[in-house]
Design a protein around this ligand. Structure first.
Ligand SMILES: NC(=O)c1ccc[n+]([C@@H]2O[C@H](COP(=O)([O-])OP(=O)(O)OC[C@H]3O[C@@H](n4cnc5c(N)ncnc54)[C@H](OP(=O)(O)O)[C@@H]3O)[C@@H](O)[C@H]2O)c1
Length: 276
């Protein structure tokens, strides 16, 4: 793999496999951060209404100097806006804040099963896609039972499920469900929020390739066919995290990192029990 790859959605659209996450990138620095990322080669930005930076993200995309079609933009519906009426309103607000002609991908941020609204919300995303301002629709933090329920009730499969996934928490069972339905897997906190960067096994592989731990982890995601969205708002690290298309992890490297998987490796909330 020597250049940025795209993965195909089952709806006919495609997504750049490596994107930039912007959780905790303040609205004030979002536009220059995105321009820096796009100048580096990124073509995919992952934001959310909850990140409170859609305005800056939209400005960065509009002022980056590339045609809109070359940049892939994801945003997400926050939990307290689930349900048809609130979802339609929240989508309008995200759309206005971003100030773009269309959104590439709109996700339900969490299933929030305690609210009992994720099926109705999914039906509303199906309406939004038909209306045309969003090109593809998907979900985030959905477990197999949430996926099966929305598919059973609507017959429409999400194109992607964005979930916590990194070497310490590899989500193998969930990935089997995705494979069964042709749903892509997208990984949040791919660097374990930075906590994985001094892991001895990863450092060993990094030393062997004369690369950084972050580059090795991102490479591991790419070679597993996963969509990966490391976050950085630091210009050097934005470049470092994109500089991953000129080396390959061999089978022993992949096995060493694959062996780090742990049932206790989750660092974020469990979607089955999260109540926000
Ligand atoms: N759907 C969801 O529920 C959900 C949840 C969480 C995150 N996400 C998405 O996933 C993206 C990534 O996840 P994340 O932000 O939680 O974690 P992450 O990408 O695993 O880690 C980000 C942290 O690592 C640091 N970092 C990045 N590159 C580095 C490098 N090369 N060397 C050293 N440190 C580095 C960053 O600091 P600097 O910025 O200072 O470089 C930041 O503190 C988010 O931005 C967001 O778009 C989605």
């Amino acid at each position: 793999m020597t250049e940025q790859a795209f993965l195909e959605f089952h709806d006919g659209n495609r997504i750049p496999q490596l994107g930039l996450g912007v959780f905790k990138t303040g609205d004030d620095i979002a536009a220059p951060t995105i321009r820096k990322a796009i100048e580096t080669g990124y073509r995919h930005i992952d934001t959310a209404a909850m990140y409170d930076n859609e305005k800056g993200v939209g400005e960065g995309v509009r002022t980056c100097g590339l045609p809109r079609e070359e940049i892939f933009v994801t945003t997400k519906l926050w939990n307290d806006n689930q349900g048809r009426d609130k979802t339609l309103k929240a989508f309008d607000e995200s759309f206005k804040r971003l100030g773009l002609d269309y959104i590439d991908l709109y996700l339900i941020h969490w299933p929030a099963p305690n609210r009992g609204l994720y099926v109705e919300t999914w039906k509303t995303l199906i309406e939004l896609k038909a209306e045309g301002r969003v090109r593809s629709i998907g979900v985030s933090n959905f477990c197999p039972e949430h996926l099966e329920k929305i598919i059973d009730e609507t017959g429409v499969k999400p194109v992607i499920n964005q979930v916590e996934l990194h070497p310490l928490f590899q989500q193998k069972k969930l990935r089997e469900t995705h494979a069964k339905h042709g749903i892509l897997t997208e990984c949040w906190s791919p660097l374990g929020r930075g906590e994985l960067l001094d892991n001895p096994a990863i450092m060993g592989v990094a030393k062997k390739h004369d690369r950084t731990a972050a580059q090795v982890i991102i490479r591991w995601h790419l070679q597993n066919g996963l969509v990966v969205i490391p976050k950085s708002s630091n210009p050097e690290r934005i470049e470092e995290n994109f500089n991953v298309f000129d080396f390959i992890l061999d089978d022993s490297d992949m096995r060493a990192i694959g062996g780090l998987d742990s049932a206790l490796g989750r660092i974020g909330p469990d979607p089955m029990t999260a109540t926000f």
